[in-house]
Design a protein around this ligand. Structure first.
Ligand code: NIG
Ligand code: FE
Length: 423
């Protein structure tokens, strides 16, 4: 991937989010903003951050790209740490049924839900998935996302799980965005194993997991731990097997029913537990103690018309809270960061400072990448977003509208949405 030399000069606010690990509790409110500052980027990395005047003409002569950020705020690229962006087919009818009052679980019990997308993904070729993958990554980039996690889980069999992961591997090679792949083999019970979830977990552990690990196709393993999907014991068994093979752990936990997925995440030393709409006080406490990142997905709660996760309780309990979109074809067909910011700030009681921390350094922590991305610090990758307005406070204020103007990945401008002429 190209790595650029660049100067971003005179930003009204450099919202650094400075730090090399996830931030817990009250720490999430300190964005470490530097006013009227410039950034020097070399070889795709942040070389220096300065409030001094930079000799732009000299840098220009040396071939640096100069970006004038006067009157703008500059943030780290967003890290969307939970998505399912590789899938075939759509489920627009299911969303329509939900708008008319049916629940996600009702639709699942009638044979809809994830297994529908499994059909669509089995029928899609590598090239089909690759083509929609590019389109979806481009859309995320326009919202200022520079690192994204992607899960398998619409295969439920060896060939299709591997196909999804191979598409992500190829996309990671050709696309500017960084993709962190997660093996979510036990995402649903396939039609063949509706009444035999234990056998399906055996199949995942014995047949699919070894190939995923052998071919180095995933960094994380994940499971949908939920009533009528996979139990705590089945989740423990699968995640332990994945851990023994060197994968890091994530878990879809306590989304619809309080099964104790949060406690399991703490017990197993998962990097993150995600959803957590129903997490108990004890679950919150144990995740805090174990340093599990609590990843909240407000767009999913919105789309399912469920109550939002208890972000305030988690922050007040000193948890490391991350926010992500959960972009997927069923429970949450949106990759919109502006919607996520609107929901987090207006509906979940998070401050904009906490929200930005949750989408940057804490998102990076949820992917084990806090030392490389998620903040504007010397030595980190120059993954930066220039927003249209002089302050980050415009992000929630311009309700559900993107304020992104330019996106810089590894010191190269990949998006420029600045228009000042009539279209
Ligand atoms: O994170 N909860 C389980 N998995 C996804 C939904 C996937 C789907 O409905 O296709 C989620 O919400
Ligand atoms: Fe999910």
């Amino acid at each position: 991937m190209k790595k650029g030399n660049m100067i971003i000069s005179g930003a009204a606010e450099l919202v650094t989010c400075s730090g090399f690990k996830g931030k817990a509790g009250a720490e999430m409110n300190d964005l470490k903003v530097i006013n009227d500052a410039s950034i020097v980027i070399e070889g795709g990395l942040i070389k220096s951050i300065t409030k001094d005047k930079v000799d732009l003409a000299n840098y220009e002569k040396m071939g640096y790209e100069i970006i004038d950020a006067t009157g703008k705020c500059v943030l780290p690229g967003f890290v969307d740490s939970h998505t399912h962006f590789i899938f075939g087919g759509y489920r627009q009818d299911e969303y329509d049924w939900r708008l008319r009052g049916q629940s996600y679980m009702e639709i699942m019990s009638k044979g809809g839900g994830i297994v529908n997308s499994v059909e669509g993904t089995k029928n899609a070729s590598f090239e089909d998935l690759y083509a929609v993958g590019i389109k979806r990554l481009n859309s995320m980039a326009r919202f200022g996302v520079t690192t994204v996690e992607g899960k398998s889980g619409y295969g439920l069999d060896l060939d299709t799980e591997i196909k999804q992961l191979e598409v992500m591997k190829r996309l990671n090679e050709v696309h500017s965005l960084d993709i962190v792949p997660t093996f979510l083999g036990p995402h649903a019970r396939p039609k063949t194993h509706k009444e035999k979830p234990d056998e399906f977990i055996d199949y995942m552990i014995e047949t699919v997991l070894p190939v995923v690990v052998e071919q180095k196709l995933a960094i994380f393993a994940d499971i949908f731990c939920e009533e009528n999907v996979f139990s705590i014991e089945q989740s423990r068994r699968f995640l332990n097997a994945a851990k023994a093979k060197g994968l890091k752990l994530k878990i879809h936990a306590d989304e619809i029913v309080r099964l104790g997925g949060a406690e399991l995440a703490a017990e197993l030393g998962a990097i993150s537990a995600d959803h957590l709409l129903q997490a108990s006080d004890e679950g919150i406490r144990s995740m805090q103690e174990a340093g599990v990142v609590t990843t909240l997905l407000p767009c999913t709660a919105f789309s399912l018309k469920e109550d939002y996760a208890r972000a305030r309780d988690m922050i007040n309990s000193e948890c490391i809270v991350a926010l992500a979109t959960d972009f997927n074809p069923g429970s949450c067909f949106t990759e919109s960061i502006p919607l996520l910011i609107a929901l987090a700030t207006n509906q979940m009681g998070m401050t904009i400072e906490e929200t930005i921390t949750a989408l940057t350094i804490n998102g990076a922590a949820a992917l084990g990448r806090a030392a490389q991305v998620g903040s504007i610090d010397v030595g980190k990758r120059a993954d930066l977003v220039i927003h249209e307005f002089p302050s980050y406070k415009f992000l929630p204020y311009h309700i559900a509208v993107s304020t992104v103007e330019k996106v810089i990945k590894n010191g190269v401008k990949i998006i420029d949405l600045y228009y000042d002429q009539p279209l």
